[in-house]
Design a protein. Structure first.
Length: 434
């Protein structure tokens, strides 16, 4: 399998290099977009500044992976035997290769990741050195760095590998890291929340199913949820904090371990991946406010107004780019409509979905009042017994490896340069305005 997928990928490199070389040679002076002063001071919002091949986020159409919408992929990607949800191996193949996979393609990737899923003992020793109350994302990031002793790229680089071949060892690191992440994540979960009682892998299962098994969940519905969850969180173009952080660090020729760990440190922020945790907290606080009862729509409205009047945002609503309901939210809602119709927290999420957008619209301050992916994901996990919401962002991180690392392979294949934008102090900017 290793040579199969790797050779197929290698055949795509030179045509892509030639295409980009031609674009720069013949159109290098063409101006694309404009930079406004407001963008410079507001987090580079909307500035076109990098190339990401794996996915594109459109404000109106939502996320597209290699040109396919999420809704299309939920029907086109291969599913696990007897299941309905797509296998994340499939979206990884699509992002890496640019082609839709067959069931044989995803099964071969599953087998390859099983063979690579060897985590050295010193990584577990690093995790065991942390106090159990250390946030799971802190432990996750540290464990990724601890894996770096096996970096194929650094070994090749130190041996003088040619620049055009950087991609090959980076491919090996990316595949090894993706294979190891479920083991590391499950170890953290069982160590922190389940009295250090660990569960051996079940190599008869696919990547998602085995991850769910090692976490301690053998309900097939939860396995299906994991396949969906790990697919829809896999990538979100290159400008979000986790993807951009990884891209920036990788551009300095840092290996996959350093680069991905940097991205996970960004994902751990409450304005990014930690938002799913904030949503669950807010929903549970609302229930507690109403003495454990499931609030009515009118009560939900009052609590939303209270949250806003307290100077807080409504977690899980709004998006930096999207101007519609996040398709990833819709995918999770459809799953819940099938499996969670009688779950009280899903009922609450549904009421929030109805109530919040009109209230946010009425403020006149919100460009996107619609829910994003974080507004739903935590409730699905709670339903199946994963109540430790501090851990939810680790699941997000395992999924995001698929997009970040497939793009890292492409960056190495195309010889992407170090990222080095220019910054200016305010006094110089003011002079340029005169």
């Amino acid at each position: 399998m290793k040579n199969n997928l790797k050779n197929k990928f290698e055949s795509k490199i030179q045509p892509a290099r030639d295409e980009i070389k031609d674009l720069i040679l013949n159109h290098g002076d063409k101006v694309i977009g404009e930079i406004k002063l407001s963008q410079i001071y507001s987090g580079m919002r909307g500035m076109i500044s990098m190339v990401t091949e794996t996915s594109k986020l459109d404000p109106e159409e939502g996320i597209k992976f290699r040109g396919y919408s999420l809704d299309e992929l939920l029907h086109l990607l291969p599913t696990y035997k007897g299941g309905k949800q797509p296998m994340p191996e499939g979206i990884f193949y699509l992002m890496l290769m640019g082609d839709l996979p067959t069931i044989e393609d995803v099964e071969l990737i599953s087998e390859d990741w099983k063979k690579r899923s060897n985590v050295p003992d010193h990584v577990f020793a690093v995790l065991d050195s942390f106090p159990k109350n250390a946030h799971p994302m802190t432990q996750f990031s540290a464990a990724i760095l601890a894996l770096r002793g096996d970096s194929c790229f650094m070994k090749a680089y130190n041996e003088g590998v040619r620049k055009k071949d950087y991609w090959s060892s980076s491919y090996e690191d990316a595949m090894n890291l993706i294979a190891s992440l479920p083991i590391i994540a499950a170890y953290i979960y069982r160590r922190v929340y389940k009295e250090n009682k660990h569960i051996s892998p079940n190599l008869n299962l696919d990547w998602s199913g085995n991850f769910a098994h090692m976490l301690g969940f053998d309900d097939e519905e939860f396995h299906e949820l994991m396949r969906l969850y790990l697919t829809i969180h896999a990538d979100h173009e290159g400008g979000n904090v986790s993807a951009h952080s990884s891209h920036l660090v990788s551009s300095a020729l840092s290996d996959a371990y350093l680069s991905f760990s940097a991205g996970m440190n960004g994902l751990a922020g409450p304005l990014h991946g930690l938002a799913n945790q904030e949503v669950v907290k807010w929903l549970l606080q609302m229930k507690e406010f109403y003495k454990g009862e499931n609030p009515t729509k009118d009560q939900v409205s009052k609590y939303v107004e209270k949250t806003l009047s307290d100077g807080r945002v409504i977690p899980g609503f709004g998006h930096a780019v999207l101007r519609k309901t996040d398709p990833r939210y819709v995918a999770q809602r459809n799953f819940a409509l099938k499996y969670l119709k009688d779950y009280d927290l899903f009922d609450l999420v549904s009421k929030v979905y109805e109530v919040v957008p009109p209230i946010l619209n009425a403020t006149g301050k919100v460009k996107n009042p619609w829910p994003n992916v974080d507004a739903h994901s935590g409730v699905l996990l709670l339903k199946y017994g994963m109540k430790e919401y501090d851990f939810f962002t680790v699941l997000f991180g395992v999924s995001r490896s698929l997009g970040i690392l497939s793009q890292l392979i492409w960056n190495r294949a195309l010889g992407s340069p170090i990222e080095r934008p220019v910054s200016m102090p305010t006094n110089i900017i003011k002079k340029k305005l005169i």
